[in-house]
Design a protein around this ligand. Structure first.
Ligand code: FPP
Length: 242
């Protein structure tokens, strides 16, 4: 089984989170540079990035997180060379197939978020079925594909226009975000050394703590998660208060 019984020995949880840290979101950056350093094509980095994603997902569940979100493909990533886009799409297809075959055995509620209409209908219906059939599981994993924070807000506004609203509240917009009932991220980790938000969870990140690391995503490890968690607990969150 690909999620709860990895081929390699399971990583021991070195930390345990509490109710202050329920949701971590990851900007998984650095796959291309990781491959380049090895004289390999960028697609090689994405393949290793996908393996890292599974490893980090298992670990986040183990340390007691309730929600995890990963930025797997942005609305802007279609601009990349076709060969690279095709390779990433193949990784998604394989992953969806794995989820589909093995979803009953894991503790994971898999949810694909973003503008899913860009995907073939068969893929969309598999994504929806996986989401529906794992909805009772305790660990929610949001996989953002064809996701853009601005697109998501525009999508929510259009849904409200269709409802006939003439004035909207923050709650109204929240009802139509792709993340739905998932609470906002407490911590957003970006790997790869850049200090950018890159159109990720623009609405939901209003009070998130950010953590940036130079580690390239394929090298990212459970020990790096421990470091980010420790940094989070070292911060004082005031949510605009004192
Ligand atoms: C950013 O690194 C990474 C992406 C655009 C793709 C991320 C995709 C994966 C990690 C695979 C996910 C797979 C599944 C199954 C969800 P980059 O290519 O921009 O790296 P660079 O900054 O070094 O060029």
């Amino acid at each position: 089984m690909f999620w709860s019984k990895p081929k390699k020995k399971q990583e021991t949880a070195a930390v345990r989170v509490d109710e202050r840290l329920q949701h971590i979101a990851f900007i998984m950056d650095g796959n291309g540079r990781w491959a380049k350093k090895r004289g390999m094509p960028r697609e090689y980095g994405h393949t290793h990035g996908a393996a890292t994603f599974k490893k980090i997902g298992r670990y986040c569940e183990k340390i007691g997180l309730k929600y995890m979100t990963v930025y797997a493909f942005s609305t802007e990533n279609w601009k990349r060379p076709q060969k690279e886009v095709d390779a990433i799409m193949k990784l998604f297809d394989d992953y969806i197939e794995e989820c589909f075959q093995e979803m009953e055995e894991d503790n994971v509620h898999f949810r694909f978020i973003g503008n899913l209409t860009a995907f073939p209908e068969t893929t969309q219906s598999k994504m929806e079925r996986i989401d529906r059939e794992t909805a009772h599981k305790p660990f929610l994993l949001n996989i953002a594909v064809n996701y853009g924070g601005r697109e998501e807000i525009a999508h929510a506004c259009n849904a409200l226009i269709r409802e006939g609203k003439r004035e909207v509240s923050e709650t109204d917009i929240g009802r139509h975000l792709y993340t739905l009932e998932c609470p906002d991220p407490d911590l957003i980790v970006r790997t790869g050394g850049d200090y950018r938000v890159s159109n990720f969870l623009l609405w939901q990140s209003a009070y998130a703590e950010y953590y940036f690391t130079p580690t390239l995503w394929p090298d990212y490890s459970p020990r790096d998660v421990d470091e980010a968690v420790a940094a989070f607990y070292g911060r004082k969150r005031r949510f605009g208060g004192l």
